[in-house]
Design a protein around this ligand. Sequence first.
Ligand code: HEC
Ligand code: HEC
Ligand code: HEC
Ligand code: HEC
Length: 466
Amino acid sequence: LARRVGFGLMLAMAAAGALLVVSQLVGCEHQAAAPRPVVPGSGPPAILFSSGNQGVLAACGCPSNPSGGLAKRQAMIEQYRRTRSGLVVVDAGDTLVDRPGAIKIKYVAMTLGRGGYDALGLGDQELGLGVPELQRLAREYKLPYICSNVRDGAGQFIFPPHVIRQVGGIRVGIFAVVADEAFGFPPQEWRKGLKVEPPLEAAKREVAELRPACDLIVALSHQRLMDTRELAAGAAGIDVVVSGHDERMLPKGEKMGEALLVAAGDEGRLLGAITMTRQPKGPPQLSLLMTELSAQVPDASWVTDLYWQYVKEAKDQPPPDWKDTPVPPAYESAEACGKCHQPEYDQWLTTRHAHAYASIKRSGRQDDPECILCHTIGYGRKGGFVSMAETPDLGRVTCQACHAVTSEHGPAAALKGAPKDPKLDPMININSRLCMSCHGPIQSPDFDYYVYKPQILHKPPKDEKK
Ligand code: HEC
Ligand code: HEC
Ligand code: HEC
Ligand code: HEC
């Protein structure tokens, strides 16, 4: 509950921030019609930070979570660039798509490469692609990855350990660390042949190296928040610690010793800005503003263009791999099940699952393979959804999304004398994990099994019937 209250507060704050910025953005869009040389802004320099974008180019536009995505983030970055005298742009990781070979990776990398970032930290999404592939992407798309605690077999850093930028007369040193144990997602293929130094040790070494040359030291820490807190408290001399990986957001930041700890969460919905004001002595004074990349924030049109290019390319390719969810032996329409389960069918028709394709159609995004994946059944699998023209019955979240059986289950199977086969049990996989294969944190941020499940039950729970 405490988390929810904090969250509400944050959203209110962020919404106010977004409104403020939007009015300025509209003005700028107006100017874009007649391009003129970019006049550097006169506002104080700032550090922009983000994390956890998870490969989203353009937000899905659902009412449940219209926020986030690189298109909106980019619009904000460009807005800041126009109004500030200097900018350092960083990201704390989990920004790419973690499916190796996904067509989208190229487009996300292009966006990041052209986006004017100064430093990108690594997360499990990036490392999951394997270091050689990541290094190739970095070369090809000019991605400024840094990492100060991972070395290859020859003892070389896999990416530069840090960068130094000078903005508004302030020298900012940035280094990045990533947790050794990638948070219990075995097997950690990416780790083979690499040496991962404990983040705190690497941080102390970096601070010693950067301090003499820098007025301000920024650490990008891709770890659980508790470990990031430990790093902020344990490595004296860091001024700003940007948390990555952890889902928690810190709307007001946290003071950890001398350091300001900030966190934009792991869903890419927020962009943080730390304004730096120079002091006659000592490090610059810092002030934090978190902005939600909400529906009110427009998209940077060049990123949206890349998104549509991606859709065009992806549309003609085999669909992405589906996750590890139960697969029925063959796909059937809900009507086929409804023949014997009329009451369940009638109730299902009243749920949003029965109309899921309409939502992506309404958004004009029906060609985006990722949208199709969750808003239909069996896409990319044999006999599953292909298109509304070919497989109209499968253009929704049908019975088989939750009950991975065919009409052959139960009685028909029993007649054939089959013993109780768990694969024929239509209830076998119904649990929160199943729902969350579609109700993920980005598309369904409020998902709570115990709140959502009663809404789709075919009949009222037993204790309410009496
Ligand atoms: C195959 C993907 C998929 C699975 C599995 C799935 N859902 Fe959904 N669910 C969706 C989609 C897509 C929507 C939105 C449909 C729309 O309106 O376009 C949705 C909508 C809902 C809604 C309506 C939400 C609202 O705000 O009205 C509820 C409730 C819901 N799902 C519950 C569940 C539960 C409980 C489970 C697990 C037992 C589950 N879903 C499994 C894809 C899925
Ligand atoms: C990982 C699965 C998943 C993906 C991918 C996905 N959606 Fe959804 N979508 C859902 C779920 C689940 C809901 C219901 C969320 C809720 O109410 O909690 C939903 C809800 C929606 C809604 C709201 C429907 C309504 O009437 O309220 C729209 C619109 C939508 N999605 C569009 C899209 C678009 C466009 C894309 C592609 C960019 C997309 N979705 C990708 C799972 C997904
Ligand atoms: C989003 C997931 C979901 C979808 C889609 C779904 N069901 Fe269910 N179904 C459930 C859940 C959850 C239960 C009840 C489990 C419990 O009581 O714990 C259930 C129970 C049932 C039962 C057992 C009797 C009852 O009503 O509890 C039948 C029969 C059934 N479903 C048939 C269907 C048919 C037919 C369809 C398609 C028209 C369908 N289901 C679509 C989740 C789903
Ligand atoms: C030919 C009739 C028939 C068809 C078609 C049929 N079922 Fe059933 N189903 C039954 C009968 C009879 C039962 C109850 C006996 C049993 O559990 O085997 C049942 C039970 C169920 C249950 C509840 C199981 C439990 O443990 O309570 C679910 C869920 C279910 N069916 C899902 C489906 C789905 C999904 C489809 C379509 C793919 C489908 N059924 C098609 C006849 C049918």
